[in-house]
Design a protein around this ligand. Structure first.
Ligand SMILES: [Zn+2]
Ligand SMILES: [Zn+2]
Length: 327
């Protein structure tokens, strides 16, 4: 059996992965009560080896929600053992491509894994257009899958994405899990949201792409875990200067333009000073560090104890405790 598992794993047989998902689901449901946060993507449009783009999975015994689905994140989620059969919705913070590229792959992997209802795509105004477009884009793919595997295995209705447009405020209150959407600052993208998730007296805030705002400071105060977008300004400025000196003015311009809509390490210092946060963890790293100098560019201005996340990292918050377990 081990040999078969190895061969199938090696060639990436998706239906076998679905079986593994179901097993993982049973294990996680039986063994852990709390908020289990898995980083399925920690980079940004500035690509980095070994990192998918923005994606966070938040799981309880009853629930699984994905927040953003950047390029490569569905594969990372599967490799991390995320039980996608439990997935009910993808919450989008905004519609930049590095947050939506893998929605189609999450839809397929969760459909194959036995998701019992259509996948909801939840987000601010505009989410309906994204969902309609994806449904059209994947129409032929759905047809081929159903024809090949049969309607018993792949109910055609469950392959069609449903959209749900939300406003700021509590957007879901279900069996002890509460999700609150709040507006963030990522101009010219409007609206752009972050999410706060509460379960079992534990809480996590996910910023999406944002500057540090008064609202994020307020909503993060008293929260166990804050996952925040982060930019090492010096590294981006250095890359801009290098691009300019090599005569690549188009790249230099882009690297200049992105400097005003992500949280810098100085902004994040303000966040940890003004809000009482159990653990600040940085993700959507601009750029994701590749060596000790890159890591230092993020950490040196912020007090000890912050985490620079990596793909596959799990941060577990057991219910009704103060523990924060990082794996
Ligand atoms: Zn963005
Ligand atoms: Zn982004």
């Amino acid at each position: 059996m081990k040999i078969i598992f190895f061969i199938l794993s090696t060639i990436g047989v998706s239906l076998f992965s679905a079986g593994a998902d179901a097993q993982n689901s049973a294990i996680s449901t039986a063994s852990f009560d709390g908020l289990k946060v898995t980083l399925c993507g920690t980079s940004s449009p500035l690509v980095a080896p070994g990192r998918a783009q923005a994606c966070v999975a938040v799981e309880t015994p009853e629930h699984l929600y994905i927040i953003d689905a950047g390029s490569g994140s569905s594969a990372t989620a599967t490799l991390s053992g995320i039980p996608t059969g439990k997935l009910r919705a993808i919450l989008l913070t905004h519609f930049h491509s590095d947050h939506i590229s893998d929605i189609g792959d999450f839809n397929l992997s969760s459909w194959v894994a036995g998701r019992p209802m259509p996948l909801q795509i939840i987000g601010p105004e505009g989410v309906e257009r994204i969902t309609e477009g994806l449904n059209m884009t994947y129409e032929l793919d759905r047809k081929y899958r159903v024809a090949h595997h049969g309607q018993e295995l792949l109910d055609p209705e469950l392959g069609i994405l449903h959209s749900h447009t939300i406003e700021e405020g509590v957007i879901l209150d279900d069996n002890g899990l509460r999700i609150t959407a709040f507006e963030v600052s990522h101009p010219p993208v409007e609206p752009a949201f972050g999410y706060r998730i509460d379960y079992g007296e534990r809480s996590v805030v996910i910023s999406g792409d944002s500057l540090v705002t008064d609202k994020i400071i307020e909503i993060s105060d008293g929260v166990d875990l804050v996952l925040h977008d982060a930019m090492a300004l010096q590294l981006v400025q250095g890359a801009e200067n290098a691009a300019r000196s090599f005569g690549n003015s188009r790249r230099a311009t882009v690297l200049h333009d992105i400097q005003d809509y992500h949280a810098t390490t100085a902004d994040l210092q303000r966040l940890v000073t003004e809000a009482d946060i159990g653990q600040l963890a940085l993700y959507h790293l601009v750029p994701a560090p590749r060596n000790a100098m890159g890591i230092a560019a993020f950490t040196r201005e912020i007090p000890n104890g912050i985490i620079l996340t990596e793909d596959g990292m799990v941060i577990a918050l057991p219910s009704n405790s103060e523990e924060i377990n990082i794996d």
